[in-house]
Design a protein around this ligand. Sequence first.
Ligand code: O2Y
Ligand code: MN
Length: 597
Amino acid sequence: MNSDIKHEQLKKWINEVAELCQPDQVHWCDGTKSEYDQLMNFAVQHQMATPLKKRANSFLFRSHPSDVARLESRTYISTTNKEDAGPTNIWLDPVELKSIMSKLYTGCMRGRTLYVIPFSMGPVQSPIAKIGIEITDSPYVVCNMHIMTRVGTEVLKKLGTNGEYIPCLHSIGSPLSPGQKDSSWPCAPLEDKYISHFPEENLIWSYGSGYGGNALLGKKCLALRIASAMAKREGWMAEHMLILRLTNPQGKIFHIAAAFPSACGKTNLAMLTPVIPGWKAECIGDDIAWIKLASDGKPYAINPEYGFFGVAPGTSYESNSSAMDSIKENVIFTNCALTDDGDIWWEGMDGEVPNHVIDWKGNDWTRGNKEPAAHANARFTAPARQCPVICPDWEKVEGVPIDIFIFGGRRASVVPLVHEAYNWDHGVFLGATASSETTAANIGAVGNLRRDPFAMQPFCGYNMGDYFQHWLDMGDRMGKNAPKIFYVNWFRKNAEGKWLWPGFGDNSRVLKWMCERVEGKTGAVETPIGYMPRPEDLDLSGLNLSPEFLTELLRVDPVAWQTEAADVEKNHFVKFGNRLPKRLTQQLDALKKRLGV
Ligand code: O2Y
Ligand code: MN
């Protein structure tokens, strides 16, 4: 296949990497089913994967216990000047980082195959799409990339002889000596793991981890960290957002892009089943949105991905029936439990807890065991086309016009169910100050409050202060076409620690209010934090919600919000120094004034 490649610069890069990493062979991926099948056969033969008797063409992988999630502590944004990476990123000098990593890469693919994966983020013919080339020595990564991105010869054709691509170099960092038996999940020790981004040259180098966001480089590394920096330079937006189409009973269509930190039910909202009669929801994407202004002045979004890399535990027919129906076949499961009849299982799945399974570490597990059978960050990788509520326009090359932006987080107190920004700058302030309490799927202690601006804290590939300015600039360019901005919190609790809002399908009630706000058809009250629905503005028909719960859901406690404003000022905004746009300081001052501070 190498001789068919007409892109000389690409061939040169592959040859240079092959010389450095010294693989036994080089394989150019064509993205075909037979390639996928061959790689899966290889994984099964080498005890890396277990075929599942109960799900056609589906496989279970178990990772090494040290390699179970993306690693923020080993993720680097490497720019010439430290200030350009900003206070939310870990920075290393590019010369130093490349020197460290080049040593690690030397000979790192011995005994293995180097796979070249040409992939497109976005439909290949979309003007918003970008091409990446991932080099990896992991068959697991190749198979996941087949599902998560558009891989193959069509991409190389589009690249032609001199097309632009984003080089993504990945190695699991575990060379094999002659005759050495491989392990089921080879990877490098923590101190040798690096997930590195060089946004000034659109370059990604990842070493040592084979898991998720660390290794499937099209996702967080390219589509968010590198793309966000490209978007800033080129005047578009790369956001950590789901994309949802809502159609009201009159047939009017609304497109919503919503940003939530990890572990806030983003995939569930992306595949929402509305409880309100006559409303329909369709999924366009569950994690990432690339948004460009079209000639009509409106922002159009595409989902750059081709599949879902969803959190398994907690996913059930009750919480997300569309996700369950998406994973019946052609799925890769990672770190789930294996049942005795050859199916997967995880905590929170419908039905009885099984008496016996093999847990994610490969050990016997019986009901009542204190340890979970599936890892909290266990995943399914499933083709988006298998989702029963996938929108027929999800691959539209020009994208869909966005009417509403939503920010949110997981807060047990203070933050009400929903509020609406007074204007674009206020909406940017809401995004910039978004916060969430951590859960087991985030790294770090459970229950800590973390500011997660625009849900981009782990994913912004440049100085977050400049990113805030970029949002303000985009608003200026959109003018009257700028979407309305809302902030939601599905997770408020009462004094007894009980959830106040049922969430899931009932979230459609809140989305309905937003759509009616866009149409100017429903009311709201002005509060210090933004417009909010009066109880009568929300469609709560058929919902058994006590008046006390509703009052608490919509309560704004000025004293708690004064503390919130002080926290934003003293612990959050202060980090951005002179990169914090003045317009956001003005928003904070306006909030304080409305709160009577
Ligand atoms: O732990 C990982 O490597 C995956 S993280 C992830 C996966 C899919 C969608 N979102 C996320 C995230 O952390 O935001
Ligand atoms: Mn995500």
